[in-house]
Design a protein around this ligand. Structure first.
Ligand code: G6P
Length: 621
């Protein structure tokens, strides 16, 4: 989704702005732009380009600009055009205002109407340009850019992160946020301060970060060129506040590609390490404790009688898997719901519900809104399972578990998913233990299985070439069907999602028992059917379903466990993983589906890490 980078520094900020935009490319975007104010100039210099940051970089020369803002846009209001790209400019009466914006201004239509009546002419279809003109109009009536931004903020409805500069305020950068992240990076020199919507754009410069809170406004300013930057921070009521400086553990190396072809490939192969990191505290301690999820978790868990899971995309699929564990291990009834549906549904809140949100980024707008909706329904016990410690979701939840997958850059989520599953399995075991449904021997046997999980996953990854071998047979196909049963049905859903996201092949997943209730009509030689076939109690049921496919001439690709006795034959391709991994089997069986999607997308020459139309972190509704 959209990204913001900005800086006020003693030297030319252009190289940092371009580098920052490159580091945000992974979030998904369709155009980019930057604006700088050169020393001694009364005019803002702006460059914009449709397409990649590399296109923008070609236009932008080096200069003497100590102040600048930059943006990657993911179109919401208005098509992908240069006119709609940020920064947006408002010029008149000797004043130039330029700003970048993430999020959505919900009341943009009424504001646009008022501004047009006041004589402002619009050059784009964006909601952002409204804010630029409003800030221009307000700054003309005030003497202070921060004051003007505060007055504008009070008129805005929606979610936003905004950074702005003005030709009348040559040493000043102002910014505000509400419902969309914005982070200050304090340079090693007191003369340099940076700003970005994502820490990964800042870590090349500094590890000292200040996370702005909802409603905060900040002015960074200096008296003279190259002088010390002063920081003025106000909360939403206009009171001066301090926000803590936090040291991020994220380094520039964490977000480097290294020897891999794509971030998705890197992240698939990081899964054994990511799982080991996520499980470290538990398997090391050799026992499960509710305190893993927060100080008050033991008392919250003791009262829990129902679980409600809210999430989007891949994280939603993790929730669907978790339902099987929570119900079978902890005997807790569990509902899993797509966050964007839940937030607008008139549901009946059950008492003693634990609300679990799952999110890689912790910034997904629908998940955050669903959590707020749950709270407004009186559901106050909330647990976030999330990969980003400083995220909005973590801050909005009373209990938390951090997956320790490290930064995930590829749009198609891989290591975030498997670490979410590990976290949810730990949670299910912990709840089961608290409810006296887990004997000491069972606890130890599950912990042993978890200890072996990273190695088992390495073995699956080692079979990459076998799955890559299947990819060639999918390249020319337009559709694919994924089948699974029981706890592997959500894994089939995730496999279909992976294929859709990066190969653009239409893929659907079905619980295999549903085949004859509709999708069987689609099966012919042109429809590859991928089956997730662990050696579990549903194997024989699944085998019968697969026979139905073969009888209709369908081409089957079976991902089996050892001992499942699928014999490869004409139209029947089989790859066996290791022995059946019991309850942990979904964590292993999803990996071949990730590898398959990756290799099909490669074979179709797609930009694997930046699939068309998609964004990594969906911070708008
Ligand atoms: C986007 C991403 C998906 C992700 C989903 C939820 O659609 O492309 O990969 O699963 O958002 O994101 P979250 O950060 O909340 O897990």
């Amino acid at each position: 989704m959209c990204g913001i980078v900005a800086a006020l520094a003693a030297s030319d900020v252009t190289p940092f702005l371009i580098d920052g935009l490159r580091r945000l490319e992974y979030r998904g975007y369709d155009s980019a732009g930057l604006a700088v104010l050169e020393e001694g100039s009364a005019h803002i210099r702006r460059h914009r380009a449709v397409g990649r940051v590399a296109e923008l970089a070609k236009q932008v020369g080096q200069g003497e600009a100590g102040l600048g803002i930059a943006h990657t846009r993911w179109a919401t209001h208005g098509a992908v055009t240069e006119d709609n790209a940020h920064p947006h400019l408002s010029v008149g009466q000797g004043l130039e205002i330029c700003l970048v914006h993430n999020g959505i201004i919900e009341n943009h239509a009424s504001l646009r109407h008022e501004l047009k009546q006041a004589g402002y002419v619009f050059a784009s279809q964006t909601d952002t340009e409204v804010v630029a003109h409003l800030l221009h109009q307000t700054r003309l009536k005030t003497t202070d850019l921060l004051q003007a931004l505060m007055m504008v903020q009070r008129q805005l409805q929606g979610a936003y992160a905004i950074a702005a500069i003005s030709s009348k305020d040559p040493g000043t950068l102002v910014a505000t946020r509400l419902g969309a992240p914005l982070i200050l990076g304090l340079g090693h020199q007191t003369t340099d301060v940076f700003l970005a919507s994502d820490a990964s754009a800042l870590v090349s410069q500094t590890q000292d970060l200040v996370y702005l809170e909802d409603g905060d406004l900040v002015a960074l300013s200096r008296e003279a060129s190259g002088g010390v930057v002063q920081r003025r921070l106000l909360d939403r009521s206009g009171q001066t506040v301090e926000r803590p400086i936090q040291q991020t553990s994220l380094s520039a190396d964490d977000v480097a590609l290294g020897p891999y072809g794509h971030y998705m490939q890197k992240e698939m192969f990081e899964q054994p390490g990511a799982l080991a990191n996520t499980l470290e505290m538990v398997v090391g301690a050799n026992s499960l404790s509710a305190s893993l999820f927060g100080q008050s978790a033991a008392s919250v868990f003791a009262q829990t009688e129902h679980v409600l899971i809210l999430a989007c995309g891949t994280s939603f699929h993790a929730g669907l898997v978790a339902r099987y564990w929570l119900e079978s291990l902890a005997h807790l009834p569990c509902t899993v719901e797509i966050a964007s549906e839940y937030r607008y549904r008139q549901s009946v809140p059950l008492p003693k519900t634990l609300v679990i949100t799952i999110s890689q980024s912790g910034e997904t707008a629908d998940t955050l809104a669903a959590l707020e909706h749950a709270k407004s329904q009186g559901l106050s016990q909330t647990l976030a399972i999330c990969n980003v410690p400083e995220s909005s979701l973590i801050r909005a939840s009373s209990l938390r578990f951090l997956t320790r997958a490290g930064p995930e850059i590829g749009v198609a989520s891989t290591k975030a998913f498997t670490t979410q599953l590990a976290a949810l399995f730990l949670l299910s075991l912990t709840l089961a233990k608290g409810r006296q449904r887990l004997s000491a021997a069972e606890e130890q046997s599950h912990l042993t299985a978890l200890r072996h999980l990273p190695a088992a996953l390495k073995t699956v990854l080692a079979a990459e070439s076998a799955f890559a071998g299947w990819a060639g047979r999918f390249v020319q196909k337009s559709h694919a069907l994924f089948l699974g049963r029981g706890i592997h049905y959500p894994i089939a859903l995730e496999g279909a999602l992976k294929l859709k996201e990066i190969s653009y092949i239409h893929a659907e997943a079905y619980a295999a028992g549903e085949l004859k209730h509709g999708p069987l009509a689609l099966v012919d030689a042109e429809m590859p059917v991928v089956a997730v076939a662990p050696n579990d109690q549903l194997l024989e049921k699944l085998r019968s379903n697969l026979e139905e496919v073969r009888a209709r001439g369908g081409e089957l690709y079976v991902i089996a466990d050892q001992g499942t006795r699928f014999e490869p034959a004409e139209g029947l391709h089989v790859i066996e993983l290791g022995d059946h991994a019991g309850l942990l089997s979904p964590i292993l069986h999803v990996v071949p589906l990730q590898l398959l999607a990756y290799h099909v997308a490669l074979a179709r020459n797609h930009d694997v890490d930046k699939p068309r139309n998609l964004a990594k972190s969906v911070t708008v509704e």
